[in-house]
Design a protein around this ligand. Structure first.
Ligand code: 3PG
Length: 229
């Protein structure tokens, strides 16, 4: 049996302000720092340790992992960052207030944008300042990989190659792994690991900054999962 720990980053400033975030590189709120710290303390208290960490290239995920590892005195372990673990790219919704968008387009449409795995939020265009092609950290991505919008299914398509090529090999080597990522990149991963239907993943919401432990068998099938609280 292998344990894998997934953690959604601590609360960000835009989570607090109720704004669509996506690939916007927003920092943790003070509460988010405390959540990450608490997560690290819990992991330590329950005797967890890690050999490898994985996070996105967004600072809320990077800092969450850093703070957790700092609490565990494990800052020295190798950490791999990948854009593939980034939050789902929320297109033209990025930066907008969720309540205002709900007032404008109605709850049903906003729920679809947020939770329907195949619904695409309105896209940006390449001349938009939010286009990732303008951000140096994505300079190695092909044009096809640079999103203008993304639904959960597309998010899963870009998360899974990283899961199979980087995370799975580490687990199979017997390493203890922690993945710090985002609400939707983790929902995509969980849909895959747990074989959830589209209907089931629609119901799945992850809290910020709470470690989610997966116990996996040798073929990486889930035995059970639970939050550490
Ligand atoms: O990008 C965001 O706005 C959040 O991290 C996730 O938002 P959601 O719960 O609306 O998908």
């Amino acid at each position: 049996m292998q344990k894998l720990v997934l953690i959604r980053h601590g609360e960000s400033i835009w989570n607090q302000e109720n704004r669509f975030t996506g690939w916007t590189d927003v920092d943790l709120s003070e509460n988010g720092y405390q959540q990450a710290k608490h997560a690290g303390q819990l992991l330590k208290k329950y005797g967890y340790t890690f050999d490898a960490g994985f996070c996105s290239v967004l600072k809320r995920s990077i800092k969450t992992l850093h703070i957790v590892l700092e609490e565990m005195d494990l800052l020295w372990i190798p950490v791999q960052k990948s854009w593939r673990l980034n939050e789902r790219f929320y297109g033209a919704l990025q930066g907008l207030n969720k309540a205002e968008i709900t007032a404008k387009y109605g709850e049903e449409q906003v729920h679809k944008w947020r939770r329907d795995p195949h619904e695409l939020p309105p896209a940006i265009t390449k001349d938009d300042d939010r286009y990732p092609g303008k951000d140096i950290r994505y300079k190695h991505l092909t044009e096809r990989e640079l999103p203008l919008t993304e639904n959960l299914a597309e998010t899963m398509d870009r998360v899974l190659p990283f899961w199979h090529e980087s995370i799975v090999p580490a687990i199979k080597l017997g390493q203890k792994v922690i993945v710090s990522a985002h609400g939707n990149s983790l929902r995509a991963l969980i849909q895959y690991i747990d074989h959830l239907s589209d209907e089931e993943v629609t119901q799945l919401d992850l809290p910020t900054g709470v470690p989610l432990v997966y116990e996996l068998d040798d073929d990486l099938n889930r035995i059970k999962h639970y939050y550490l609280e």
